[in-house]
Design a protein around this ligand. Structure first.
Ligand SMILES: NC(=O)c1ccc[n+]([C@@H]2O[C@H](COP(=O)([O-])OP(=O)(O)OC[C@H]3O[C@@H](n4cnc5c(N)ncnc54)[C@H](O)[C@@H]3O)[C@@H](O)[C@H]2O)c1
Length: 279
């Protein structure tokens, strides 16, 4: 592949993706609103750009084959905070990809697009949208953009509904964990699968207690290897008994299903120290 562009490159997940992505193309462009990123690969350039600026996105994606779109606010927040980066910022990326005739958008969607489904429902990729927050609503919007641009403009996409890509430190993560290695494998499959059309896939490791079903995403060849069961006993012992009536425990969105709209969900997730940013 000639050129791949990564948005959100200075973020936590973007930092894990830069090196493997740089090996998949001749020219790799990292982009974020941050001033810089460290340790550029030999074929990597960094472009500071705001995803809410359509002209900047059109310039950024010039000559690219694919864009891996991870730039966004990664938590629930008031609508006026999310509207630019998470809603309009998705539009600018799909529109810029279309204008530059890219083949595909690989997108970091989220379980929060379907977070109000109950965990006891083993949901597949065709479960109806049921967002748990404005953040989840933005993921629904972007997935619908992906569907629209495929149907009307022939632009392919893979929407990866990531569950929890962080060190597993809480009971929910025993089901929802996506290891960094499996994330990289998933993104590689989203890029290298010859035909994806409009595809949706859950970004989750091979956990015994994974609460979602990827059977209808089999064509992507995503075969995760890691399993959070190795952490289960220790986590359950330290987390103590869980309230079976709390939506944070009973719904796919976890704490996002329980917070008031506009309030942080991540604040209730007890994320570990490695989650402060790799780069
Ligand atoms: N971490 C997870 O478990 C998880 C789960 C589901 C979905 N996701 C999605 O994955 C993506 C990356 O998540 P992360 O955990 O690395 O989050 P992060 O906050 O570490 O990274 C997001 C990056 O987007 C950049 N960004 C924000 N606004 C921007 C703007 N206006 N223009 C350009 N860049 C902007 C930020 O500077 C940041 O570097 C996000 O889209 C998030 O919604 C993550």
């Amino acid at each position: 592949m000639k050129k791949i562009v990564l948005t959100g490159a200075a973020g936590r997940l973007g930092s894990y993706l830069r090196e493997p992505l740089s090996k998949m193309c001749q020219e790799f462009v990292s982009s974020d609103i941050a001033d810089s990123v460290k340790n550029l690969a030999a074929n990597e350039t960094y472009v500071k750009a705001d995803i809410t600026d359509l002209d900047a996105m059109v310039a950024l994606l010039e000559g690219a084959d694919m864009v891996v779109h991870f730039g966004a606010i990664g938590d629930e927040a008031p609508m006026d905070v999310l509207w630019g980066p998470n809603f309009y910022g998705a539009y600018t990326v799909w529109e810029a990809a279309y204008r530059n005739k890219l083949r595909r958008v690989v997108y970091a969607s989220s379980i929060h697009a379907v977070g109000m489904h109950k965990k006891t429902d083993f949901i597949g990729i065709d479960a109806p949208h049921k967002p748990d927050t404005f953040y989840g609503l933005a993921k629904c919007f972007a997935e619908d953009l992906a569907s629209l641009y495929w149907d009307k403009r022939g632009l392919e996409s893979v929407c990866m509904r990531i569950l929890s890509c962080a060190q597993p430190t809480n009971s929910r993560a025993v089901g929802t964990w996506l290891s960094y290695d499996d994330l990289i494998h998933l993104v590689e499959r989203a890029i290298t699968t010859p035909i994806t059309g409009f595809s949706v896939v859950y970004g989750v490791s091979n956990n015994d207690r994974a609460p979602v079903d990827n059977a209808k995403a089999h064509h992507l060849g995503y075969r995760p290897k890691d399993n959070a069961e190795q952490f289960a006993a220790e986590i359950y012992a330290s987390d103590g008994p869980l309230d079976p009536h709390d939506p944070a425990n009973t719904h796919h969105g976890g704490p996002f299903a329980a917070v008031e709209l506009g309030n942080s969900g991540l604040a209730h997730l007890n994320l570990g120290a490695d989650d402060t940013g790799k780069d």
